[in-house]
Design a protein around this ligand. Sequence first.
Ligand code: CMP
Length: 136
Amino acid sequence: MTTQQTLVLLKPDAVKRQLIGQILSRFEQKGLKIINLRWFRFTQELARQHYAEHIGKPFYSGLEEYVMSGAAVAVILEGPEAVAVVRRLIGPTNGVEASPGTIRGDFSLSNQQNLVHASDSSASAEREIKIFFPAV
Ligand code: CMP
């Protein structure tokens, strides 16, 4: 088992729906450690940097509008195989398809407004942590 760090974003729908505590407690209950956490707000530039791989896709302009619509929270989590563990805890992108027990399965019915983002590989985690926590 490799100890890893991964980046999680609680997107504006999670903040507006007052789900920050419930979502973070899922990660803590699992045994993952919160290593760092901060409020931020997506600018267009930050959205383009973070979601570079999605620019040009049909859903991109809606995604940009959604993530810029309010405050968000960036979190670094650490634990054994944290990247895969967190991805399983949040469930697949579409809340309609996500299984009960996952964060998206329990709280989202949307493909876009799916509350959380989590790094999909250790390389992505390294890249994304540098974007949101440049001093770490
Ligand atoms: P996230 O895990 O942050 O990564 C990319 C985001 O784009 C995703 O969560 C959703 O918010 C959004 N997204 C991905 N696919 C679609 C889609 N088909 N339609 C609308 N939004 C999407």
